[in-house]
Design a protein around this ligand. Structure first.
Ligand code: B4P
Length: 294
């Protein structure tokens, strides 16, 4: 276990986050540290959800990368000593904010622990406080893929945050059917969504990282309790905005060759080929989500 040897610079302030993201991304593109993955984006509407389906321009996903990269004697942890060109800034004594090196969505953030922690471990007050520090500056979707079956490829603990995907100013396509969010403290299932999930409302955002972090932690614990999950965690995806939180327990990593991570349940899917796109059109996105989270 080691801590990145980055200087403990003053923590990022919410108002500085967006300009820092833009400046870091510009620099990281110039140095080649940032390697965006090009996709074509199409809309596939089902039951009122305008799913965004991104179709890969070239082989670049984890399966393809693994085939091309030389095997390493010791597994490589990209978050142990992150590339300084990708570091947006320090968030707290325990967490850093980085750019996702292989981003599909622009300005995709990773919120990683400075010291190694398992991706499968329970999320803590410190994790949520770091996440809300970023959500204060960027009102998007925060998410967590816990376990390989839930889409995680890196075992070092990392939450993720993406800017609003739309359409029409929505944070994510799924918000088209999720608003208004449930009341704070009430745990529900959305009747139009067939995949396994529970969700809750978060009440008004206070722009106070300690209070908002505590509220997110309380919501997360209530969702785990509603599913009867104790300390032995199954693979799951957690999705959160400033207004609502959803937890999806996972049975399978993929169906019909299409991998699904938390973004799928937000209404954004990624396919590798035109054949997969056609399969998805025949099946319908909600059926794909049901098959990986029955
Ligand atoms: P994980 O939780 O472990 O995995 P993931 O987001 O599902 O991405 P994965 O790595 O499995 O990517 P995939 O090929 O399927 O997150 C780890 C993150 O760390 C990844 O985002 C990875 O890119 C990033 N990372 C790896 N090495 C890094 C380094 N040295 N420095 C900084 N970051 C590093 O998919 C490729 C890309 O497509 C990923 O960015 C993923 O987020 C994105 N993507 C997957 N599904 C998507 C969807 N439905 N819509 C839009 N984008 C999607």
């Amino acid at each position: 276990m080691s801590t990145p040897s980055l200087p403990h610079e003053p923590s990022l302030r919410p108002e500085d986050l967006w300009p820092r993201i833009i400046a870091t991304a510009r620099h990281a593109l110039a140095t080649g540290a940032l390697q965006p993955i090009a996709t074509d984006c199409q809309t596939l509407e089902q039951r009122g959800v305008p799913f965004q389906v991104r179709v890969l321009g070239r082989a670049h996903l984890k399966d393809d990368r693994a085939k091309r990269e030389k095997p390493r004697a010791v597994p490589f942890d990209p978050f142990e000593n992150p590339d300084p060109d990708l570091v947006v800034g320090g968030l707290s004594p325990t967490h850093l904010c980085l750019l996702n090196k292989f981003n599909v969505v622009e300005h995709h953030l990773l919120i990683v622990t400075r010291a190694f922690e398992e991706q499968e471990s329970l999320l803590t007050a410190a994790d949520f406080e770091a996440l809300v520090l970023c959500m204060d500056g960027l009102d998007g979707l925060g998410f967590y893929n816990s376990g390989e079956v839930a889409g995680a490829s890196q075992p070092h603990k990392h939450l993720q945050l993406i800017p609003p995907l739309g359409p029409e100013g929505l944070r994510v396509p799924m918000e088209k059917v999720l608003s208004p969010p449930p009341a704070r403290g009430s745990v529900t299932r959305h009747p139009a969504l067939d995949f396994a999930h529970v969700m809750t409302g978060l009440g008004p955002w206070e722009a106070n990282p300690t209070k908002d972090g505590a509220r997110l932690l309380e919501a997360y614990q209530s969702l785990l309790a509603a599913l009867g999950i104790g300390h032995k965690l199954p693979p799951y995806n957690l999705l959160t905005t400033r207004d609502w939180m959803m937890l999806v327990p996972r049975a399978k990593a993929e169906s019909h060759g299409i991998n699904v991570n938390a973004m799928g349940f937000a209404g954004s899917l990624l396919v590798k080929t035109q054949e997969q796109l056609q399969r998805l059109q025949e099946l319908g996105p909600l059926e794909l989500l049901r098959q990986v989270a029955p």
